[in-house]
Write a protein that binds this ligand. Structure first.
Ligand code: ATP
Ligand code: MP5
Length: 268
């Protein structure tokens, strides 16, 4: 049997809802073989992050080298990367191995409010990683940081996404999970715009939605989907995983990544 391998370079979430745990579950559910290079361990649950232990740049490089020299991934997703040396290490590795289909989720703040990137690392993220990305997937607060201004309307979000897309030569998916009234996402690439409509699901359980969406996009790209089709399928997947209505934890709970794996779930 054959499966397309996909690598996530991201942080670990001990509570399993976000980070590499969400990525690997998403990859399994989307029909690819998931692999991981861990940038940091987080002690985290649905209520917040209590501690972070970063990998050294040398160890992260060893992880990425181990993967690329044996099972070259058909797509790579980059999530939480907290510091400049780690960002530089990833960029150098992606260049060295000419990584294909790179999806960068510019993770800055967790749903719970915890900061997941050093202030001085945002510039390294944009200057070193964005030019290597096929697509980046900022949420609204991240788009505001990247654009340098407040975004209150869909038109403003698209304007900001266009400027970023032109500057760094990558597609931009401006996510609307933080918008009021709907969950529409806007894909901007090559000057074109496509909107992916989403109904806002009334739930507090959205821990890991961004990780899940970006991993699903990487999975679909690995399987050969073109960009817009990859986003369309990924949007449907994350919507289904939220709508399944999993209830775990006391804060912002996780998604049901396996909602579509018929026969594997038994209600308890
Ligand atoms: N309550 C919701 N109802 C429907 N779709 C949602 C909801 N919240 C998020 N989404 C969708 O989930 C995806 C991730 O968007 P979001 O803006 O939440 O990203 P994020 O903030 O990076 O996620 P994270 O919570 O992992 O930080 C998008 O497709 C968004 O439209
Ligand atoms: C390790 C790690 N990576 C990413 C996120 C962002 O996800 P969310 O904003 O849904 O908490 C997170 N909380 N933890």
């Amino acid at each position: 049997m054959k499966l397309k391998p996909v690598l996530t370079i991201a942080g670990s979430d001990s509570s399993g809802g976000a980070g590499i745990q969400a990525d690997l579950k998403t990859m399994l559910a989307n029909g690819v073989f998931g692999m991981s290079a861990v940038t940091a361990l987080t002690a985290q649950n649905t209520r917040g992050v209590t501690d972070i232990l970063e990998a050294s740049p040398e160890f992260l490089k060893a992880e990425i080298d181990a993967v690329f020299t044996d099972i070259p991934p058909a797509a790579v997703k980059v999530g939480m990367v907290a510091s400049v040396p780690l960002i530089r290490t990833i960029a150098a590795c992606l260049r060295e191995y000419r990584a294909e289909h790179v999806v960068v989720d510019p993770v800055m703040v967790a749903t719970s409010g915890a900061r997941l990137i050093a202030e001085d690392a945002v510039e390294a993220l944009t200057e070193e990683l964005f030019p290597l990305a096929e697509i980046i997937t900022p949420n609204l607060p991240e788009l505001e940081v990247l654009a340098g201004y407040e975004i209150k309307t869909a038109d403003k979000a698209v304007e900001a996404a266009k400027a970023i897309s032109e500057k760094y030569g990558c597609a931009v998916l401006a996510k609307g999970g933080h918008a009021i009234g709907n969950a529409d996402d806007y894909l901007v690439w090559d000057g074109g715009v496509r909107v992916f409509r989403g109904e806002h699901i009334d739930t507090k359980n959205t821990h890991g939605t961004g990780c899940t969406l970006s991993s699903a996009i990487a999975s679909n790209l690995a399987k050969g989907a073109e960009l817009s089709g990859a986003v369309e399928k990924a949007k449907a997947y994350v919507t289904g995983a939220i709508a399944a209505g999993l209830e775990l934890g006391h804060g912002n709970g996780p998604l049901a990544h396996g909602f579509d794996l018929t026969g594997t779930y038994i209600d308890v």
